[in-house]
Design a protein around this ligand. Structure first.
Ligand code: F3S
Length: 390
């Protein structure tokens, strides 16, 4: 493969994998069950990235189930989201390149909700950080946090270097996090991720003190904890599957109510006018879409505000069937399938964001927005009034 006997894309891929393996001291390559590729938005790739993909697409074909992270626009309704013709043309070229490689054009950061579901203990090569954390922690699969090119390389070869979180000795928790705060709403999980990420920087947390968690809570926590500093793996005692197989580390920290409040204080700017509400970071589940539709019944999104519901196309198709789409769009909300607030070209377009997501706030600040994080109720209320009211 390295000598080019299997073509250009495989040779390039092996060069990437061998270089990574050398850097991290991997002794072998290991088979992967699936791949998830980030670096899909033309906004981040630019022409150089598109050219790189087109070169690979000439003879590169994936060997395992491979799905995509969000692109820079809704692939169908991009005009409705205010995306330019020029951007759409380039983004479609990126998607065409991925499609000719045999990749599923899924464009979501929640591949585990739409059919790319690894089994416990399976080795995979995923690159979206929230999905990597979910796969490692909630599903019990094994993956490093790949970059876009190294994930793609693993897809063409069907293997990845065996180092880092593929090895059991690197999956041992190294800080015990005792949670003494009460988590009441979805955004509290984002705040918890912020608090743990900051205190347990670059560590693997073993978390106790939480009795229950819904999948949507864990999805939000995974996005936040890794964005704000922890490794993309945690153990939540009594909830995540491998938490009974490890011991609590001696090194311990505590998360109190004041840490959660401090997280909100740091994430929330002092603003009251909101011109952009985006929920679905990570992408909304069908359950969250149902909640948004319920909250919007009989209401209208304010004239000076946009409401985006970021989700996978698969979840949107379910929403169409159940009538949620009609309710949300009837109230003036917009679906943003295949994309999200972080990878769409939004810099300078909105001034103030309201969202349920701590990770969404982190990236929207890079797009020059002020941010407010709160519950789904608070976000829908901000969309309807154009104000943040708590
Ligand atoms: Fe997903 Fe975009 Fe958030 S990729 S986790 S919706 S920043």
């Amino acid at each position: 493969m390295l000598d080019g006997e299997e073509g250009y894309a495989v040779r390039k891929s092996m060069e990437i994998l061998v270089a990574l393996g050398d850097i991290f001291g991997a002794e072998s390559l290991i088979k992967v069950g699936s791949v998830q590729v980030a670096g899909v938005s033309y906004h981040n790739l630019g022409d150089a990235g598109l050219e790189f993909l087109n070169e690979l697409a000439k003879d590169g074909r994936v060997r395992v189930l491979t799905t995509l992270n969000p692109a820079g626009m809704d692939l169908e309704n991009w005009r409705q989201l205010g995306i330019s013709e020029e951007f759409a043309m380039k983004q479609n070229q990126v998607i065409d390149a991925f499609e000719s490689m045999g990749i599923l054009i899924s464009c979501t950061c929640t591949p585990y909700l739409i059919g790319n579901l690894p089994r416990y203990g399976e080795h995979i090569a995923w690159s979206e950080s929230s999905a990597v954390t979910f796969a490692n922690s909630v599903l019990g699969a094994k993956t490093n946090r790949e970059g876009g090119p190294s994930a793609l390389a693993a897809a063409f070869v069907g293997k990845t270097p065996n180092y880092g979180l593929h090895l059991d000795e690197n999956r041992i928790p190294d800080v015990h996090v005792k949670v003494e705060a009460d988590l009441k709403k979805l955004s509290d999980w984002g705040a918890l991720g912020y608090a743990i990420g900051k205190k347990a920087e670059n560590k693997i947390p073993f978390i106790t003190g939480i009795k229950e968690a819904e999948t949507d809570d864990l999805k939000s926590f995974c996005a936040s904890v890794v964005t704000y500093g922890a490794k993309p793996l945690f153990y939540l005692k009594g909830i995540t599957p491998a938490s009974e197989t490890v011991h609590a580390p001696k090194n311990a920290i505590t998360i109190e109510e004041s840490d959660i409040k401090n997280a909100y204080d740091n994430i929330n700017d002092q603003i009251s006018d909101i011109d952009f509400v985006c929920v679905g970071c990570p992408h909304c589940s069908i359950k969250e879409i149902a909640q948004i539709a319920d909250l919007l019944k009989g209401k209208k999104v304010a004239d000076n505000t946009e409401l985006w519901v970021a989700t996978s196309r698969t979840a949107k198709q379910l929403a169409d069937k159940r009538g949620y789409t009609q309710t949300i769009e009837g109230a003036g909300g917009k679906f943003a399938c295949d994309t999200c607030m972080a990878v769409a070209p939004l810099k300078g377009r909105f001034k103030a964001l309201a969202t349920t997501s701590a990770k969404g706030c982190f990236y929207s600040r890079q797009n020059l927005m002020k941010t407010k994080m709160g519950s789904m109720e608070e976000c829908v209320n901000a969309a309807v009034t154009g104000k943040w009211n708590s």
